[in-house]
Design a protein around this ligand. Structure first.
Ligand SMILES: *[C@@H]1O[C@H](CO)[C@@H](O)[C@H](O)[C@H]1NC(C)=O
Ligand SMILES: *[C@@H]1O[C@H](CO)[C@@H](O)[C@H](O)[C@H]1NC(C)=O
Ligand SMILES: *[C@@H]1O[C@H](CO)[C@@H](O)[C@H](O)[C@H]1NC(C)=O
Ligand SMILES: *[C@@H]1O[C@H](CO)[C@@H](O)[C@H](O)[C@H]1NC(C)=O
Ligand SMILES: *[C@@H]1O[C@H](CO)[C@@H](O)[C@H](O)[C@H]1NC(C)=O
Ligand SMILES: *[C@@H]1O[C@H](CO)[C@@H](O)[C@H](O)[C@H]1NC(C)=O
Ligand SMILES: *[C@@H]1O[C@H](CO)[C@@H](O)[C@H](O)[C@H]1NC(C)=O
Ligand SMILES: *[C@@H]1O[C@H](CO)[C@@H](O)[C@H](O)[C@H]1NC(C)=O
Length: 367
């Protein structure tokens, strides 16, 4: 998935007009000292901008972003939503306090079958995206979920690093017997020929829970459904002619989402991929007032525990270890912003604008 900047940028620029903090950033145009952190959407700021999604390669310096909270083995279940912060804007970096933050949209709990997290999609508010507060740097993660079943609606379970290494499970709602896998290196498709697979013949993914697994190891990336391997990628096969390994290799957050792809203005290819335009008069939508996807559990097994020693709290970036491959090291530095909670400075209004921007960006996700 990539962001469709062509669709979103004009809106973003209008929202941010006149705001010094709205300076855009990328790896050739780094953030200034006053607003040192480059958010996942490519804008400079401080506080929450320095937490999950902060891009170290586009921020003022490699250590401008807060270190990324280290992986912990866990099984997250959803008897209730107490371990989820419903608005990521108010996260202070304490990964012991919350397992997940909501970046955009709305969650509820169905309270049935021992509790299920429901991610909500509405015409007025768009989709919903959650990110784990901890990062994974290799390891195995399994999401037990039920997808949407509506044309134009995408359910997704992915890993995403702060420099856009990405591993995806995606479920276009028009095809509830299929599941798609994808991976990206620093936002790029590593090799055209072996990206984007579709697994077919699943028992209906809306009515049935399945276990979708990403087994991400330094040398192999394996996708499984209900414990059965359906796809394997070898790191060695991703090395390009100049010797760069175009394989996901940086610490990543786990993200769960439901989002609208079949919208007016979305690129035709995206709409087609998503299974057409969303029908807001679908009986399911009319009866509940929303579309949704359900998550029963997320199980995480860290792959890097044997490599740690001492008091490790987080991952941090260093200068390239090899060509175009940042060195990742462990650190015992704090992951918390100074003090607790967001400071009531002039940034608050801007962060509100960014939440709106985040919602727009979700609406503009394209394949
Ligand atoms: C980086 O940002 C600068 C300033 O906004 C812009 O001129 C430049 O084209 C951007 N570079 C890339 C690679 O996007
Ligand atoms: C982080 O959260 C945990 C769990 O709620 C709490 O015990 C701890 O005091 C918090 N740490 C800080 C520095 O606020
Ligand atoms: C689940 O239970 C909570 C707490 O009782 C309640 O607030 C919420 O509305 C319930 N959710 C649904 C979908 O019924
Ligand atoms: C652990 O460290 C070794 C030696 O540096 C490295 O080859 C391996 O990829 C690391 N494993 C993980 C999971 O990070
Ligand atoms: C590890 O570091 C954290 C953060 O500085 C601190 O809260 C914790 O007490 C340390 N633990 C040990 C065992 O030193
Ligand atoms: C890593 O290498 C790439 C390509 O040579 C370069 O563009 C980038 O700035 C380097 N990053 C760091 C953090 O040194
Ligand atoms: C963090 O690591 C440094 C050096 O590796 C050590 O001197 C320091 O005591 C550690 N701090 C904590 C809180 O563990
Ligand atoms: C999160 O909080 C900010 C600041 O109050 C607010 O502007 C924004 O709308 C909230 N986002 C969501 C998704 O509720």
């Amino acid at each position: 998935m990539h962001y469709s900047l062509a669709v979103v940028l004009p809106v973003v620029l209008a929202l941010l007009a006149g705001s010094a903090q709205g300076t855009s950033c990328n790896s050739t145009s780094l953030c200034p000292s006053a607003f040192p952190c480059c958010s996942e959407f490519g804008f400079c700021g401080k506080d929450a901008f320095c937490l999950g999604g902060c891009d170290p390669l586009a921020s003022k310096s490699l250590d401008a972003c807060k270190p990324s909270p280290v992986c912990e083995d866990a099984t997250h279940t959803f008897a209730n939503n107490n371990r989820i912060l419903s608005n990521a804007t108010f996260f202070d970096g304490n990964a012991s306090e919350y397992d997940w933050v909501v970046n955009s949209g709305t969650i509820i709990n169905t309270n049935s079958s021992g509790g299920e997290l429901a991610m909500i999609l509405t015409e007025a508010n768009g989709g919903t995206r959650l990110s784990s507060t901890r990062y994974l740097h290799y390891g195995t993660v399994t999401a037990r979920l039920k997808t949407g079943r509506w044309g134009g609606v995408i359910t997704a379970f992915i890993t995403m690093s702060d420099i856009r290494d990405e591993i995806d499970w995606e479920f276009p709602g028009a095809a509830t017997t299929e599941a798609q896998t994808n991976y990206f290196w620093q936002g790029y498709i590593p090799t055209e020929s072996n990206n984007g697979h579709t697994e077919k013949g699943l028992a209906d993914t809306f009515s049935n829970y399945h276990d979708y697994t990403i087994d991400w190891q330094p040398k192999t990336l394996t996708f499984s459904i209900d414990g059965k391997v359906v796809r394997t990628i070898n790191q060695a096969d991703t090395v390009d002619k100049s010797g760069v390994s175009r394989y996901p290799n940086t610490p990543s957050r786990i993200q769960l989402s439901i989002w609208p792809a079949g919208l007016p203005g979305a690129p035709p290819g995206t709409v087609e991929w998503a299974g057409g335009m969303i029908n807001w008069k679908d009986p399911d939508y009319l009866s509940t007032g929303h579309f949704y996807a359900l998550v029963k559990s997320v199980t995480i097994k860290c792959g890097d525990k044997a490599n740690r020693s001492g008091n490790v709290t987080a991952y941090k970036y260093g200068a390239n270890a090899t060509a175009e491959t940042p060195a990742i090291s462990f650190t015992n530095q704090t992951t918390l912003l100074n003090g607790a909670g967001p400071s009531l400075d002039s940034g608050l209004q801007f962060r509100g604008a960014m939440a709106a921007v985040a919602a727009l960006m979700m609406a503009a996700y394209i394949l």
